[in-house]
Design a protein around this ligand. Structure first.
Ligand SMILES: Cc1cc2nc3c(=O)[nH]c(=O)nc-3n(C[C@H](O)[C@H](O)[C@H](O)COP(=O)(O)OP(=O)(O)OC[C@H]3O[C@@H](n4cnc5c(N)ncnc54)[C@H](O)[C@@H]3O)c2cc1C
Length: 571
């Protein structure tokens, strides 16, 4: 079995992973940086981001405002020291990205164009028409290629972290092309594996978003933080869940019910023209309420409302939202220039993730995390649109700097002991490959998992269905051990990868379920019908979930407060 050694091993080739790799490679030209990704980096989910990235660029904006909007958006659960650092670094990071070739859209006078996004007081979102993710990932990827000390492992699936004496010292990676395991050792490891929206049936997330990094860290003993907070994006296409970006509302789009009314102006946070620019959690709830009140529309994929862009005009749609037009035409047969787009809330983003401090360090020496897989936390109970891409850049770079510092002082692990761990892991996975004696099919367990999560942990939640979800996800964890697989081949055995991903999803789902059921209040994206108000007295803390063979064990972590005192969240 191959063994390779690097200073830093980064798992994930999306925005956070590439940014971390560049930072490490630039600061330490003699260091060796491994970048491991289960897909070719340009296929990472970052590529599909449409809306934009947030940072101040205008005279009517400042760090204070961006900070306050983010804290308020988080329903006061985010850590304010992290937010202060984030807003300060954000403009520098976006300027860097521009230097590396990201073609941000421009105003007539040549200044950077910005657009409005939900929950932001001013136009703060930098964009590149509606294909920011593609352009950003491209700029990062091509810039990363300048560094010879970045060694890529494309299409390698990491299934285990290697831990020795409580230190993380490498990863066990399955080369998807050959079916062989390899040992990749590092003095520090950074997880940038993205989110896990595929746990839910209706999601904007790509197939590869299966919460792998969260499950890897959790199994290795690192706690997951605030996993109950799962963001629903108000405007996904029914059926596929494909995202219709918030930029449509930023550019002036309206939501309308079956009677053609702009219903958001009626909701208490709706203030005139700002109605459509409320935060995602509140708009998602308003859509569900409209549907429950009988003012939704019905189609083959369930109930929906309309996103109306017809008044915006063809020119603006073509220049600012060309991808939206293409998606609506292709996937639902609607031309937004003349017809409203059917939309429904769909799972979009995980506010929770691997617990880290402001430097990206986890509780395990040698293990760092950044991007969507991490919970720093700047998003608290609800993320504001367009903060995530910027978060990947700011904290990807920070994690790399601190991981490099750590790596300088860290010893190399015991190679033969670490290699033995990989051999054991390879044996486990080898037993799974083409395992015909198993009882259950991947598709069956995934269907049940999706159903359980949609029923128990949707836009609105209630105690009885959440408790049922806790029991069902625990049962699924047992059942996933008895999978029946058909494909015995070694080369590109995607069935095997899917089985490994399913086990990760089930593990993460159970943490979501247990974390959600214990939080008896409504805050941000966690809205309970039984406990309808926010309860700062009893629940102003981060939920920490630790791995235990019997199921997640919960703990608490203080929220870092600061100058922004918790107050009622009104828009
Ligand atoms: C459709 C869509 C649109 C969005 N639009 C916006 C937007 O406009 N603005 C905004 O701020 N945010 C947006 N978001 C959110 C944002 O895009 C993501 O949160 C962000 O891109 C995540 O980046 P990341 O680097 O953390 O992970 P990803 O880009 O998801 O990359 C994860 C990487 O980890 C690798 N990986 C995962 N598991 C393994 C494993 N087991 N072994 C090896 N490699 C592994 C993958 O191969 C991949 O390279 C959007 C999200 C979606 C789904």
């Amino acid at each position: 079995m191959d063994v390779s050694r690097h200073d830093i091993v980064i798992v994930g080739g999306g925005a956070a992973g590439l940014r971390a790799a560049i930072e490490a490679a630039e600061n330490a030209p003699t260091a060796s940086i491994a970048l491991v990704s289960k897909v070719y980096p340009m296929r990472s989910h970052t590529v599909s981001a449409e809306g934009g990235a947030a940072a101040i660029a205008r005279d009517d904006d400042n760090l204070e405002l961006h900070g306050y909007d983010t804290v308020k958006g988080s329903d006061f659960l985010a850590d304010q020291d992290c937010i202060q650092y984030f807003v300060k670094e954000a403009p520098k990071e976006l300027a860097l990205l521009e230097n590396w070739g990201c073609p941000f859209s421009r105003n007539e006078d040549g200044s950077v164009a910005t657009r409005a996004f939900g929950g932001m007081t001013t136009k703060r979102t930098w964009y590149a028409t509606d294909k920011i993710g593609f352009h950003m990932l491209h700029a990062l990827f091509q810039h990363s290629m300048r560094f010879e000390n970045i060694v890529r492992y494309d299409e390698y699936f990491v299934s285990k972290l290697l831990v020795e004496d409580g230190h993380c010292r490498g990863v066990a990676a399955l080369d998807i092309r050959t079916g062989e395991y390899t040992t990749i050792l590092g003095r520090a490891i950074i997880l940038t594996t993205g989110g896990g929206g595929k746990i839910f049936p209706f999601t904007t997330n790509g197939t590869i978003k299966t919460g792998d990094g969260m499950a890897l860290a959790y199994r290795a003993g690192v706690p997951l933080k605030d996993m109950e907070f799962v963001q629903y994006h108000p405007t996904g296409l029914p059926g596929t869940g494909i995202l219709i970006t918030e930029a449509t509302r930023g550019e002036g789009g309206y939501l309308r019910n079956s009677e053609g009314e702009r219903f958001l102006v009626e909701y208490d946070y709706g203030v005139g023209a700002k109605a459509e620019l409320g935060p995602r959690d509140m708009i998602s709830r308003a859509i569900v309420q409209e549907i429950e009140a009988g003012r939704g529309l019905s189609g083959p994929y369930g109930d929906y409302v309309h996103l109306d862009l017809t008044h915006i005009g063809e020119d603006k749609i073509n220049s600012r939202l060309p991808f939206v037009r293409e998606l609506a035409k292709t996937y639902i047969g609607v031309d937004p220039v003349t017809q409203p787009i059917p939309i429904r809330p769909v799972v979009h983003y995980m506010m929770g993730g691997v617990d880290t401090d402001i430097d990206g360090a986890t509780q395990m020496p040698g293990l760092y995390a950044a991007g969507e897989t991490a919970c720093v936390s700047i998003n608290g109970a609800n993320r504001l649109g367009s903060n995530s891409l910027t978060e990947c850049l700011v904290f990807g770079a920070a994690a790399a700097r601190h991981a490099m510092d750590f790596a300088k002082g860290s010893s190399e692990g015991n190679e033969s002991a670490l290699r033995a761990q990989v051999e054991e892991e390879a044996g486990r996975v080898e037993n799974l490959r083409g395992r015909k004696k198993g009882g259950e099919k991947i598709s069956e367990i995934r269907r049940e998992l999706n159903h359980t999560m949609e029923t128990g942990f949707g836009v609105y939640r209630q105690q009885d269905t959440m408790q049922a979800g806790v029991i069902e996800t625990a049962q699924l964890r047992g059942r996933v051990a008895d999978l029946r697989l058909e494909d015995e081949s070694k080369v590109f055995n995607t069935e095997l990868i899917t089985a490994l991903e399913l086990a990760n999803m089930v593990e993460v789902a159970e943490v979501i379920a247990v974390s959600a059921a214990h939080r008896k209040e409504s805050r941000g994206a966690h809205t309970c019908r039984d406990f309808t108000t926010r309860d700062d007295q009893n629940f102003l803390y981060h939920t920490m979930a630790f791995h235990d063979p019997a199921g997640p064990r919960l703990g608490k972590k203080d929220v870092v407060l600061g100058k922004w005192e918790p107050e009622e969240r009104k828009y």
